[in-house]
Design a protein around this ligand. Structure first.
Ligand code: ISE
Length: 347
């Protein structure tokens, strides 16, 4: 890939995620600009294009990818569109930052891995933004420094205030828990090899059969243990955290920095209500680093192998939810292209 000095970015999907990425490129980065946006919703994309310096507007995402003026692509359209759009970017050898999940299943993600191996270079970064979140990075660094000794247990919690009702129990795993699966691999530096998942329906408005609270127990290849709680409708706010229990102590993500107000016999602290606010800083850092890495020649953050590896575990979680029994996770060996992938700290 040639070095890109001032990158012309095309953003596919102009909803909450795509809009936020476009605005970050436009207002926070000196070495990139929004060259084009694409979305079937013309009014929404025209509004965004105007905010971002009159970018070209496409109704069809593939036209944006084919546009010679677009040097790198951000995919923030609905989950089922990720696979064909990433493959199209690879066809045109354009670097791409794709929101999670990389595809709908591990089998589909493997098609992306194979296409990159065929090209002989990594062009894809996956939007696992927690790897750039200062609170998560601080935990990763504490573990790496030996502060709590060898980690033996990773406990994650992921609570949404509310969720788009167009979701089923499998979607809870691929759309929401997928972040926690990536985090667990990243924090422990090991692969998950067995999962056991149970769920409960607490919010009939999502559908009577949607298991909107799910609890995962897992074991890694090196015998480390973990739990992940995903809750789609917490009723109180958006909260994500992780605690690593080591042989010498524990390390946990710091609580939000909002002021504590004491009044009327109660102490309270405002919470964020969604991930765009909670992870605002992480998204800016993610975009800045992606653009910098492209300027240096190639993307450096979580790659398609990470996207594939998280989906292999997600598929096993879905199988466990359906069968009610533990499931082994079977993953291929990483091709040489991804040899150093997985556990590095990405700031
Ligand atoms: C959403 O798509 C995200 O990526 C958020 O980080 C996650 O917390 C939420 O559950 C997903 O729906």
């Amino acid at each position: 890939m040639r070095n890109l000095a001032h990158i012309a970015v095309g953003v596919i999907g102009t909803g909450g995620m795509g809009g936020m990425h476009a605005e970050n490129v436009h207002s926070m980065l000196a070495d990139a600009r929004v060259a084009a946006v694409a979305d079937p919703d013309a009014a929404r994309s025209e509004r965004l294009a105007e905010t971002c310096g009159n970018a070209t507007v496409y109704g069809d995402a593939e036209e944006l990818i084919r546009d010679d003026a677009v040097e790198a692509v951000v995919i923030a359209s609905p989950d089922p569109t990720h696979l064909p759009l990433v493959l199209e970017c690879l066809e045109y050898e354009k670097p791409v930052l794709c929101e999670k999940p990389l595809a709908g299943s591990a089998g589909d993600a493997l098609k992306i891995v194979e296409a990159e191996v065929e090209l002989g270079k990594k062009l894809v970064q996956v939007g696992f933004m927690r790897r750039h979140d200062p609170q998560h990075v601080a935990v990763k660094e504490a573990v790496a420094s030996g502060a709590v000794g060898t980690p033996v247990l990773c406990k994650g919690w992921h609570r949404n205030l509310d969720h788009d009702p167009r979701i089923d129990s499998a979607g809870v795993v691929t759309n929401s828990t997928i972040h926690d699966l990536d985090s667990a691999r990243w924090f422990l530096g090991q692969e998950i090899e067995e999962v056991y998942v149970r769920g409960a329906n607490t919010s009939p408005k999502l559908g009577e059969d949607v298991l909107d609270v799910q609890l995962i127990q897992f074991v890694t290849t090196g015998g480390r243990l973990g739990t992940i709680e995903t809750n789609l409708v917490s009723g109180y706010g958006y909260e994500v955290g992780v605690e690593l229990v080591g042989e010498l102590g524990t390390v946990q993500t710091a609580p939000p920095s909002a002021a504590v107000v004491r009044r009327d016999g109660a102490a309270s602290q405002r919470m964020e209500d969604d991930w765009l606010k909670r992870f605002h800083e992480a998204y800016v850092i993610e975009m800045r680093r992606w653009v910098q890495a492209l300027g240096d020649g190639a993307p450096a953050g979580p790659n398609s192998w990470d996207g594939y590896a998280s989906l292999v575990v997600a598929d096993a979680c879905i199988a466990s939810l359906r069968s009610g029994s533990p499931q082994k996770v079977t993953k291929l060996e990483a091709p040489a292209l991804y040899a150093s992938e997985g556990s590095e700290v990405v700031r």
